[in-house]
Ligand binder design. Sequence first.
Ligand SMILES: [Zn+2]
Length: 59
Amino acid sequence: MKCDTCGKDVTKVKRIVLEKGYDRTQARAIYNCEECYKKKEANIEKSVHGKVKEKGESK
Ligand SMILES: [Zn+2]
C-alpha cells in the first residue's frame, strides 16, 4: 500500500478520516504510513482540538 502523503510504499498504512463535522465535502479517507500518520494526527489535534476522535471508534 502507498502512503497518500509521502508516496512511500509501506506494508502497513493507517487510515485517517478527516473530520466531517465542519464540512462534509472535505470528509475523505487518506492512507498514511506510520510517520505521516503521527504528523497528521498532531495537526488534526491542533486544528480541531481532538474532535476527530469523538465518534466512530469502539473502545
Ligand atoms: Zn508517509
